[in-house]
Design a protein around this ligand. Structure first.
Ligand SMILES: N[C@@H](CCC(=O)N[C@@H](CS)C(=O)NCC(=O)O)C(=O)O
Length: 225
């Protein structure tokens, strides 16, 4: 059975939503990143990049949420798009994977977790997160879905970050991007979203905050240079 290496954070949540949408059977493997489980040799054998999500599909190892969404969509034939929309699908998936997601994550880091107050970094990452949300907002005008006329892994991928939109963007959160807010409300109302959010609820994940968890999550802060 497919093993799903999970922590309740944006990138694994995308895969959780795919699994909830498709009812694909899986075994949940919690990875407590605040405890540093992602750095163990056992987990590095699954994902050499030491991050979640990852899957083990009967010996086929796939890491990175976007790779997993593409792999599972291709394998199951679900939540993909028509051939003529494939270019658009890849473009929007990469826009989320390399832009909207990382800039959102770094903005949250510099606003809430960085050991020093760095106004330049806070401004740079917040402005780039906002710019990506504006690009998505402009694209969604007159559209119900990110690619074509149907719900696809592009929507699943963007949902994983949009669900944290208020924390990422601060202030009025997603409301500052009305087309994104409209799209998000529709996706977030899908029954699978509730199912996805229940995944791992029986597990106890450590709340980060103490030094051990900061060392696990931000090891580069502790490298002597
Ligand atoms: N590009 C990767 C990023 C994965 C990633 O950053 N995962 C975070 C959780 S959302 C993580 O594992 N954090 C723990 C750590 O960095 O040690 C993906 O899309 O899967």
């Amino acid at each position: 059975m497919l093993k799903f290496y999970y922590h309740p954070t944006p990138n694994p949540l995308k895969v959780a939503l795919f699994l909830a949408e498709t009812d694909l059977p899986y075994e949940l493997v919690p990875v407590d990143t605040a405890k540093g489980v992602q750095h163990t040799p056992e987990f590095r054998a699954i994902n050499p990049n030491g991050k979640v999500p990852a899957i083990d599909d009967n010996g086929t190892l796939v890491f990175d949420s976007t790779a997993i969404l593409l792999y599972l969509s291709d394998k199951t034939g679900k939540l993909g798009v028509a051939a003529e929309e494939r270019g658009a699908l890849l473009s929007w998936l990469m826009f989320i994977a390399s832009g909207l997601g990382p800039f959102s994550g770094q903005s949250v880091h510099f606003h809430h977790s960085a050991p020093e107050d760095l106004p330049y970094a806070k401004n740079r990452y917040m402005r780039e997160a906002e710019r990506h949300y504006q690009v998505l907002n402009d694209h969604l005008k007159g559209r119900d879905f990110i690619v074509g006329d149907s719900y696809s892994i592009a929507d699943v991928s963007a949902w994983g970050w949009a669900i944290r939109g208020d924390r990422v963007l601060g202030g009025e959160g997603l409301k500052q991007y009305p087309e994104v807010a409209r799209w998000f409300e529709a996706v977030n109302a899908r029954p699978a979203v509730e199912k996805a959010q229940q995944i791992g609820k029986d597990e106890t994940f450590k709340t980060p905050g103490d030094e051990a968890s900061l060392r696990a999550l931000f090891p580069s802060n502790y490298v002597n240079v």
